[in-house]
Design a protein around this ligand. Structure first.
Ligand code: FAD
Length: 504
């Protein structure tokens, strides 16, 4: 290798062609500051802290990106260099808020201060931890049981061994609170403004909780006999005991939020009446219409949507499921339906999913526990036809065997039919758990409300719909999503409505 000489800060050093000033300086224990240099990656941008002077060059150079040359004379600590580094650092810091927040907080759609409350719990300060959690989350005991915890995916502790169990710690702090005198946040003086929230799911409850703290009068209209939305009528009891949910909803009511149940807006009371009776309206109607696969025979008796099945179970309604049940779909609702069918005593519970287990969107734990409980996974199969008996009731489902092809737009490998491989599976019921959409009723009964192709209500970044003073959030906007997303949307909706009502 052809070595040549150069000079850094008066010290004679050697280097080889292709090396940068920074590399040679490091080899010779000459310190040049940098925040971004990593020898394993190419240099695209840079922090600008490794500036140095090269004799004969009127401009300052970046040491990380400037290759050495024979006889180069470099100075790394002149006043001009130091001044330039200061300016570059100030520029970096002027726009530097996000990076200073931990990845767990950034990954949480509710922006909960995970790092803060985990630290307080570690110090035994459970009450303070709960207050910090409740600054962002109105139903922490419920959420602590069901959250898919994106915070843990991002947790930096996972780089060493395992992520911190943030979800379980939240649940712990919330359960401790429910055992004693429950924390109730203070509400500001009454503003004289009123808000109607349509839908008492996590989105509506979250918005109500924050709007009351801001001093507004809040009424929730809920079509079902109890508030809670999918927390009550979707997620099964074995994952989220309803007594826990009841306690947390009671806390919100104790703040002065009125919940009017058994009242479907658009049926029992016109939307326009609600709009004219209140200063602002927030729509949180969720996504309660099950979608099917569109196969022949789907209208047979004994075919039911996943959320409809789970809701009937919660309401103790007659289901007539029979002994053998096929649940179609690979998400969490499908897993809840499978595991609920097992608990109801079905002898054979099949899960039908057109990809492999690895591609199933359901939580890993749910799949594993379903398997342990006896769910029979028929992966790489898709319903082709539902065959009826002479009474129009499900008799069997014809399944098409699939194989995986090239990745599709979702990044997952596309399932392709394996021709001639169809087979019949005798079943007494088929539960379609493929997805849900918002109820079109709200569009048809609300003048001027814009929705997208999937029926989701269109909102701007503040949660404002196409109608003035009418906001929306949660599953009704995004389509079926998660509780934490819905709660985050509730907080945003509350903030936007508060700004609207106070002309901010
Ligand atoms: P919803 O919870 O659906 O609440 C909407 C409310 O509006 C309902 O109470 C409904 O009765 C009411 N309503 C509708 N129309 C009207 C009307 N016209 N007038 C008055 N009231 C009306 N998420 C997770 O994070 N973790 C999980 O483990 C999880 N598991 C799930 C399991 C199942 C089976 C299902 C179906 C969903 C699950 N989810 C889970 C998703 C989560 O429950 C939803 O994303 C969340 O509940 C959405 O909240 P929301 O308030 O927007 O809507």
């Amino acid at each position: 290798m052809n070595k040549f000489r150069l000079n850094i800060n008066g010290k004679e050093v050697t280097g080889v062609a292709g090396q940068t000033i920074l590399e040679v300086a490091r080899e010779n224990d000459i310190f040049i500051p940098t925040l971004c240099y990593d020898e394993r990656t190419k240099i695209y941008g840079s922090c600008g802290l490794c500036m140095c002077e090269v004799e004969g060059n009127p401009k300052l150079c970046k040491a990380c990106a400037t290759e050495i040359a024979p006889g180069m004379v470099i100075r790394t600590n002149t006043e001009r260099v130091i001044e330039s580094r200061k300016t570059n650092l100030e520029l970096l810091l002027s726009n530097h808020t996000g990076d200073c927040r931990p990845p767990c907080v950034l990954a949480c759609p509710g922006q909960t201060d995970c790092q803060g409350y985990v630290g307080l719990i570690a110090n035994g300060e459970y009450e303070k931890a709960l207050e910090l959690i409740k600054d962002k989350i109105p139903l922490p005991a419920a959420l602590g049981r069901v959250c898919p915890h994106p915070c843990e995916e991002a947790c930096r502790r996972g780089l060493i061994d395992e992520p911190i169990s943030i979800q379980q710690l939240k649940r712990f702090a919330a359960d401790v609170d429910l055992e004693g005198e429950v924390f109730v946040p203070e509400c500001e003086e009454d503003t004289g403004k009123s808000v109607a929230i349509i839908g008492g799911g996590p989105m509506g409850l979250s918005a109500a909780y924050f709007l009351r703290q801001m001093g507004h009068d809040v009424t929730i209209f809920e079509s079902m006999p109890n508030a809670g939305g999918m927390l009550r009528y979707g997620i099964p009891e074995y994952r989220l005991p309803k007594a826990v949910l009841d306690e947390e909803i009671a806390t919100i009511e104790s703040m002065g939020v009125e919940i009017i149940t058994n009242t479907k807006v658009g049926v029992d009371i016109p939307f326009e009446t609600v709009r004219s009776d209140y200063d602002a309206v927030l729509l949180g109607i969720g996504a309660w219409v099950s979608t099917g696969v569109g196969c022949k025979g789907e209208d047979a008796e004994g075919v039911i949507g996943g959320i409809d099945f789970l809701r009937r179970v919660v309401r103790n309604e007659e289901i007539g499921m029979g002994r053998k049940v096929a649940i179609v779909g690979g998400g969490n609702t499908a897993m809840d339906a499978c595991r609920t069918a097992v608990r109801l005593g079905a002898e054979e519970v099949y899960n039908i999913y057109r990809r492999t287990k690895d591609e199933m969107p359901a939580d890993r734990l749910e799949i594993e526990e379903g398997e342990e409980e006896g769910v029979i996974f028929k992966n790489l199969t898709n319903p082709l036809e539902i065959v009826k008996d002479e009474n129009g009731h499900v008799k069997q489902v014809v399944l098409q065997v699939m194989e995986l092809g090239e990745p599709d737009a979702s990044g997952r490998r596309r399932p392709i039919e394996k021709k001639g491989s169809e087979f019949e599976l005798p079943v007494d019921a088929v539960i379609m758990s493929l997805g849900t959409t918002p109820n079109p009723l709200i569009k048809s009964t609300t003048k001027g409300l814009e929705v997208n192709k999937k029926g989701g209500i269109i909102v701007n970044e503040d949660g404002l719909t196409s109608r003035q003073g009418v906001y929306a959030g949660g599953d009704a906007v995004t389509g079926a999503a998660t509780v934490i997303l819905a709660m985050g949307a509730g907080k945003l909706g509350a903030k936007s409505i508060d700004e609207y009502l106070s002309n901010k």
